[in-house]
Design a protein around this ligand. Sequence first.
Ligand code: FES
Length: 157
Amino acid sequence: MSEATMVPDISRTVQKWRKKRGSLIMALHEIQNAYGYVPRNVSLQLAQLMDVPLARIYEVITFYNYFRLEPPGKNVVSVCMGTACYLKGAKERENEFCEQLGVEEGETTEDGQVHLQSVRCVGCCGLSPVVVVNGETMGKIGPEDVKSIIRKCREEH
Ligand code: FES
């Protein structure tokens, strides 16, 4: 497993979308993808960097069902299913998570500890296959990493 890095870098996300149409929604999508929800502190950062009122951000979040304000489980494990990750075995990794957690993709374990979801490309294709755990990107995930990620989630929370 390669070294973990915090993503997304919100200022990078903002720069990427700033001049494009629907930039706020695209930036929110990227954030939701990485965290599994849109944390309040990230909304605040986004409001400052994009120079939009925080109320506008909440208007968008609450309008679209897709966005969440709360994490769906204590820990959110997102398996990237973008093309690069898929080709490097992301589906197999997801199946291992499903098996070990006893859930399907999109579900939360009965004890509420882990939510498993698949996401689109998170922008670190060079590290594929990539898994994002509570907003932290982990790359080159092998079968042996699945167990340790689950253990870490359960120990830390
Ligand atoms: S396809 Fe997974 S990070 Fe790009």
